[in-house]
Design a protein around this ligand. Structure first.
Ligand code: GLC
Length: 505
């Protein structure tokens, strides 16, 4: 059997509001993405993932979907989407969409119907319960956003509905067979239009405890760590839909779980998700022991059950967390991090803008728009050094502080830029089976240095990263094929602070 495409792919996440502005209204759109397809393909990534572009009142900027089968006018039209799919395919890129199955918008026709009366045919498509004896919410679950219960009382029908996120994001009841079928249809709608797969939003939440029991920890916020057996049955149903298409569509799930083996368990025995995000890397701090432990844990979990063919992901940034350039605090570290990400035995997910070394934008209080406090990592991408940076004004969020210096056009022809580094690393990964699919073995060269090999037959590379504050000498030899500060030189055994090298031996 040939290797599935998603095992050897690097996926580029686009947050559409912030990527490129095709119509000059200060908000990114599909027309903007279409214009940038050659740029994306030129990076050397294999696929893109678009954060939600569906019809939405935008209380959570698209993660509140009012129609799973249409495009929000802010982004464009279904025709634009078809054009984008064709442009991606013409450039050898696959395109995946963000599917938000746990909740819809409160403006989705299903919820409007459901809340209209207790007798609505769609009443049980959402989770409705009577008030507790004291008139309060049915259990102690707290919403992820805002300091509020995960329940909102609906005056019209005298019951509470469940929302693990905003009140504008009512949870769908995946235990109802019609919900499951309707959501499968939304997948088919996009698969029929040539979409290559999906990123499934907070997928581990869909099979929440059917008894809705109080959480033992009281009113904390542990709700995202739901890990119910029922979800696995639901995932097998979803997988059947995907497998019924000949073009090998892939689903990667957002699984916010952190115990050993938990993320990998959502791959089933190759019959659930194809891939699952492993966020342990995002939460590793910049030091050798954290990174060594994280790499080891992610690799260990994927090798646990070789029969299942489980394959890991690697993520350092996305639209929900401060960018890694911001978290690690320097360009030197961000350059080393690029080398770490693109030399893992995993499917790396890159977040648009990391190839420019973007930090977060400072957001003054009057510019805050996100209920989850995530505006900083969603700043618009600066394409050009001039004042507008390629955008209509005003933009929906401010640019990063150094936008003029970090702009793509400033980095384009500079061999030493972050953009050039990413392009070379992606080309190296494409040219090396060791990097794409070879084995990965950590080895010991001193406390502050994390080192590993990637091997496939004769193709063998060694990667070493110095997380320490001082230079170190390491017992390694070879040719530096790529590095965060030097390339194409024989290795002299010295690693500066925050330096990473890729050696061919
Ligand atoms: C996921 C998304 C996040 C969104 C939330 C609710 O965590 O990544 O952006 O707010 O789900 O849909």
């Amino acid at each position: 059997m040939s290797t599935p495409w998603w095992k050897e792919a690097v996926v580029y996440q686009i947050y559409p509001r912030s990527f490129a502005d095709g119509n000059g209204d200060g908000v990114g759109d599909l027309a903007g993405i279409i214009e940038k397809v050659p740029y994306i393909a030129g990076l050397g990534v294999d696929a893109i993932w678009l954060s939600p572009i569906f019809t939405s009142p935008m209380h959570d900027f698209g993660y509140d979907v009012a129609d799973y089968c249409d495009i929000d006018p802010v982004f464009g039209t279904l025709d634009d989407m078809d054009t984008l799919v064709a442009a991606c395919h013409a450039h050898g890129l696959r395109i995946t969409l963000d599917w938000v199955p746990n909740h819809s918008s409160h403006q989705h026709a299903w919820f409007v119907d459901s809340r209209s009366s207790r007798d609505s045919a769609k009443r049980d498509w959402y989770v409705w319960r009577d008030p507790a004896a004291d008139g309060g919410p049915p259990n102690n679950w707290r919403a992820e956003f805002g300091d509020m219960p995960a329940w909102t009382f609906d005056e019209t029908t005298g019951q509470y509905y469940l929302h693990l996120f905003l009140p504008e994001q009512p949870d769908l009841n995946w235990y109802h067979p019609d919900v499951e079928a309707a959501m499968h249809d939304t997948l088919r709608f996009w698969l029929d239009r040539g979409i290559d797969g999906f990123r499934a939003d907070v997928i581990n939440l869909i099979g929440k405890d059917p008894a809705l029991l109080d959480l033992p920890d009281g009113p904390g916020k542990p709700i995202l760590t739901v890990d119910e057996p029922a979800t696995h049955r639901m995932l097998r149903g979803i997988r059947e839909v995907l497998d019924s298409y000949p073009h090998s569509p892939m689903m990667v799930g957002e699984v916010c779980l952190f115990q050993p083996g938990q993320v990998a368990s959502y791959l089933g025995v190759g019959d659930e998700l194809h891939l699952a995000f492993d966020f342990r890397a995002i939460f590793a701090r910049w030091n050798a022991s954290h990174f060594r432990r994280t790499i080891a844990a992610i690799q260990h979990d994927s090798l646990e059950d070789p029969e299942a063919g489980s394959w890991p992901t690697w993520v350092l940034s996305n639209h929900d967390q401060p960018r890694h350039r911001e978290r690690y605090g320097s360009e030197a570290r961000a350059r080393a991090a690029a080398i770490i990400s693109l030399t893992q035995r995993a499917t790396p997910y890159l977040y648009a803008g990391e190839e420019l070394g973007l930090p977060d934008a400072p957001i003054p209080p009057e510019a805050v728009v996100d209920p989850g406090g995530r505006d900083g990592c969603r700043a618009p991408i600066p394409w050009t050094a001039d004042d507008g940076h390629g955008w209509g004004t005003p933009t929906w969020l401010p640019f990063v502080t150094d936008a003029a210096t970090l702009a793509a056009d400033q980095q384009e022809d500079d061999d030493t830029s972050m953009l050039s580094l990413y392009r070379r690393l992606l080309a190296l990964r494409r040219s090396s089976t060791a990097l794409r699919s070879g084995s990965q073995d950590l080895f010991d060269v001193g406390d502050d240095v994390v080192a590993w090999t990637r091997r496939d037959g004769d193709d063998e590379l060694a990667i070493a990263v110095n997380f320490g504050a001082s230079g170190v000498e390491v017992d390694l030899s070879g040719h530096v094929v790529e590095g965060s500060v030097r390339r194409d030189v024989p290795f002299d055994g010295q690693l500066a602070p925050d330096e990473a090298v890729i050696l061919r031996r």
